[in-house]
Design a protein around this ligand. Structure first.
Ligand code: FES
Ligand code: FE
Length: 331
């Protein structure tokens, strides 16, 4: 269960209108009302047939939490206090104390944009939320999907995203898993703009056991930035592809929740629990590193901190954030 946060709403419009993961699809079973908090806004999530609905957790009549109420007729939400009943659009359609009265148009709950992608529930608090994160693997039946997280990390979203995009840390923080310190050289690579974000193809990385055979070898990673809060990598070895989608939900400027979706077109016999446990291990290795970083807000001025050729993707990410004008979690 994602704990309720005490933080106020994010004032940064990019954060406010961004799509953020609030739950896994499996956390929202039919017939249940599920509470979440996104950037200080208390939400209620529930399912109407195939659609997940995200509302402010507040009845417009006397401000009671709608999460105290119940779903009636499978498709309406009834407030616990006076029984006002809302349809899936958020309109009040029944006031039991005045059964013949047509509820006034103002009797509506505050609704939010909500979508289900990659087995995760995404909510935007803004009116103009833009495109949802998408990767072709999500629609490709050859790829199975394994979700892991939520990962609670006491670091800001930009520090976490940079950590994911950082190739040179793999031999050290993930020694024996994703690299080895005596093969730490990072070949030159390019970063290009792609769609709304960034793309860095074919970064060569030596790994101690890239295919499970126990023999070390070079693999190639494509990295992509879909938006300031959602990135991915695609690890390629011949026709075997493993794609990892990483979405970070900002909680506060210095705390975040991470979600992984691992997509693979091979090794379908490996139990999903094993894949999720591997990702749990990787995150547990990154967590003390990113939680220790100071300043906690990422400096977007490239004169701050030191940047080398192997940091090209982090540099491009900082320039991208600067161009967008993100102020949340940056300085
Ligand atoms: Fe919800 Fe009165 S407060 S019906
Ligand atoms: Fe890492």
């Amino acid at each position: 269960m994602v704990p309720l946060s005490k933080t106020g709403p994010a004032e940064d419009p990019i954060v406010h209108r961004g799509w953020h993961v609030v739950a896994a699809s499996a956390d929202i079973p039919a017939g249940e009302l599920v509470k979440r908090n996104l950037l200080g806004e208390d939400l209620i999530l529930w399912r109407n047939n195939d659609t997940v609905i995200a509302w402010q957790d507040l009845c417009i009549h006397r401000g009671v939490r709608l999460s105290l109420g119940k779903i009636v007729d499978g498709c309406r939400l009834q407030c616990a206090y006076h029984g006002w009943t809302y349809d899936p659009s958020g309109a009040c359609v029944h006031i039991p104390a005045h059964p013949t009265l047509k509820p006034p148009p103002k009797a509506r709950v505050r609704t939010y944009a909500c979508a289900e992608v990659a087995g995760l529930i995404w909510v935007s608090l803004g009116d103009n939320s833009g495109p949802l994160p998408h990767l072709p693997e999500l629609d490709d039946a050859a790829f199975r999907q394994v979700r892991s997280g939520p990962y609670f990390v006491a670091a800001g979203v930009t520090r976490l995203i940079e950590n994911f995009l950082d190739v040179a840390h793999l031999p050290f923080v993930h020694e024996g898993y994703l690299g080895t310190p005596d093969q730490a050289v990072i070949d030159d690579y390019n970063v290009e703009p792609l769609g709304e974000g960034l793309f860095a193809p074919n970064i060569g990385i030596f790994q101690p056991n890239p295919d499970g055979s126990g023999k070390g070898g070079k693999v190639f990673y494509d990295y992509g930035v879909l938006n300031p809060f959602c990135v991915y990598l695609r690890k390629k070895q011949g026709s075997n592809i493993m794609t990892l989608l990483y979405a970070i939900t900002p909680v506060h400027e210095t705390s975040s929740i991470g979600w992984f979706v691992t997509m693979m077109n091979y090794a379908h016999d490996v139990p999903a629990s094993e894949i999720a446990a591997f990702q749990d291990t990787i995150i547990s290795q990154d967590k003390p590193i990113v939680e220790s970083q100071r300043p906690e807000r990422v400096p977007l001025d490239l004169a701050e901190e030191l940047h080398l050729r192997s940091d090209r993707l982090a540099i491009a990410y900082r320039q991208y954030l600067r161009k967008l004008g993100l102020s949340f979690g940056t300085e």
